[in-house]
Design a protein around this ligand. Structure first.
Ligand code: HEM
Length: 491
């Protein structure tokens, strides 16, 4: 018995020492690290929900800056995570030395084929896929998408009109998410979707699940070996989500092929690539789903925050409306064309300021794919090391944006934009992996502004807090509270 107890105690001590040793990874490589907590590493407060993900490494960020360091090392549980904080160094990682960091570093295993999409593959595979999918996002294609988007947004104007008439406050988080779902369903899947008026739609229900906090999955992917997880059948997205989307995509493709339907949209491009044997069915499904995931939530949360700030800042809202009406007036039909969007300069400043203040992707991830010696040092970033670029912390750093809490579109006046250094504004990431959908996103947000603000005024309803807080552990930056706005017609 005594031997059993002794062996058990020895095992515990060995395990403890081994784990302690793992938490010295960065120090052993001459890189500044921060005292990790046992088991949790530096993410304890994040996982306990005490600190929001976007703010999780705030202390480390400012400590590194104070110490004049361009980077440091933290731990997510036992996973060493490289934290670059200096914009010049970040630029180098994302652009010049991109070949060392071609991956996003999220869970990836070949058994999980739904997850083998453009966001997750790396190296040559990613390069080829990106060039195959890029034709959907050219300016020429955007014009076609704009026509669909603009007519879809008639519903927005109508719906807002109903609220203006009844005096009921409008909850904009769900409202913008429903419209965002309709946009992706229509422009990417080519499906007729009307979540805005039928909120219990399945499309919305499963879309919501994609962005629901996935804490347990995230912890498993951080702690355990991916090969093991993959073999055990672990998948990035839950089975509930894939069970809904896979048959839907298959049916859409089959219908289009059978009936020779062409809408000159993203789905057409994928079908074309499949017909030319450049993409198999699994890749087609994966790359359709990723657009749904990457596209609808980010644009809708940005729209939500923008509407909230415009409701709070009536003077800014007036200027946006004046700009829209000025452009509408110069066209005989009173509508705004694709080419007119470029003239929405002030609205664009407001959109950029929203993407700064409430960057939906608060962190941009990378994984080292080829061992990297940090220029001018002997420190080495090993292959497979996870890298976290603290986008939101940079956007909220007073060194780059004085009074960063304040919503100030003037931050994006041309002269202010040009006087700022590179890579202190990265809502769409940077370098060759820069968000492929950024043009659609900007267009989506502008159409939201046009159709909702030209006839209606939005103001904060008393139920809406003066300062909103963010959801803990959400993949994107999302407001925790519901945001109610009062709507009245513009006289
Ligand atoms: C405001 C809206 C959006 C924001 C803030 C946003 C942000 C981002 C960010 C930060 C990345 C990572 C970039 C990097 O690693 O350097 C990304 C990648 C990506 N985004 Fe977006 N995005 C938005 C809208 C969209 C839309 C509308 C779509 C598609 C319809 C889309 C599709 C993608 C895809 C496919 C990637 C992966 C690109 C690659 O790895 O090559 N995004 N986005």
């Amino acid at each position: 018995m005594i031997w059993w107890l002794f062996s058990f105690a020895a095992c515990c001590v060995a395990n403890y020492l081994f784990l302690k040793h793992k938490h010295t990874y960065w120090t052993r490589r001459g890189i500044r690290q921060f005292n990790p907590d046992f088991f949790f590493g530096n993410g304890k407060e994040i996982f306990q929900g005490k600190v929001k993900l976007c703010n999780g490494f705030r202390k480390q960020y400012y400590d590194l800056k104070k110490e004049n360091k361009q980077y440091g090392g933290v731990y997510l549980f036992y996973k060493p995570t490289f934290l670059p904080v200096h914009p010049e160094f970040i630029k180098q990682i994302l652009t010049k030395d991109f070949e060392h960091f071609t991956s996003h570093g999220l869970f990836n295993h070949e058994n999980d084929y739904i997850n083998q999409h453009i966001f997750n593959v790396d190296g040559e595979k990613w390069k080829t896929l990106r060039s195959k999918l890029s034709p959907t996002f050219t300016s020429g294609k955007m014009k076609g998408v704009y026509a669909i988007l603009y007519s879809l947004a008639e519903r927005l104007e109508k719906k807002v009109g109903v609220y203006a008439k009844t005096g009921q406050p409008l909850e904009i988080k769900e409202h913008t998410a429903c419209f965002g779902t309709d946009v992706i369903a229509t422009c990417f899947f080519g499906l007729e979707s009307d979540c805005l008026n039928v909120p219990e739609s399945e499309f919305r229900k499963y879309g919501q699940l994609i962005f629901a906090p996935r804490t347990l999955r995230f912890i498993m992917e951080t702690i355990f070996n991916w090969k093991l997880l993959g073999v055990l059948g672990h998948t990035f997205a839950s089975k509930k989500i894939t069970k809904f989307f896979i048959p839907l995509i298959k049916e859409t493709v089959a219908y289009r092929k059978k009936n020779n339907v062409s809408r000159r949209d993203y789905m057409d491009l994928l079908i074309h690539l499949q017909n030319e044997n450049q993409l198999d069915e699994k890749e087609l499904i994966a790359n359709t789903m990723v657009m749904y995931g990457a596209g609808h939530e980010t644009s809708s949360t940005a729209t939500t925050f923008l509407m909230y700030e415009l409701a709070k800042n009536q003077d800014i809202q007036d200027k946006v409306r004046e700009e829209i009406l000025r452009i509408c007036k110069r066209n005989p039909d009173g509508e705004i064309t694709y080419d007119d969007l470029a003239d929405m300069k002030y609205s664009e400043m407001c959109i950029y300021e929203t993407l700064r203040r409430y960057s939906p992707a608060a962190e941009v991830p990378r994984q080292c794919t080829k061992t990297y010696t940090i220029p001018g040092t002997n420190s080495v970033i090993e292959k497979n090391t996870f890298v976290l670029i603290p986008v939101w912390l940079i956007h909220m750093d007073p060194e780059y944006y004085p009074n960063p809490e304040k919503f100030n579109p003037e931050n994006f006046l041309p002269e202010n934009k040009h006087s700022r250094q590179d890579f202190v504004f990265m809502p769409f990431g940077g370098g060759p992996r820069f968000c492929i959908g950024s043009k659609i996103a900007l267009m989506h947000i502008k159409v939201n502004l046009i159709k909702q603000f030209r006839k209606y005024r939005f103001a904060l309803n008393p139920k809406t807090p003066e300062n909103i807080t963010f959801e803990s552990l959400s993949l994107t930056l999302r407001a925790k509270e519901n945001i109610y706005l009062d709507v009245t017609p513009v006289l």
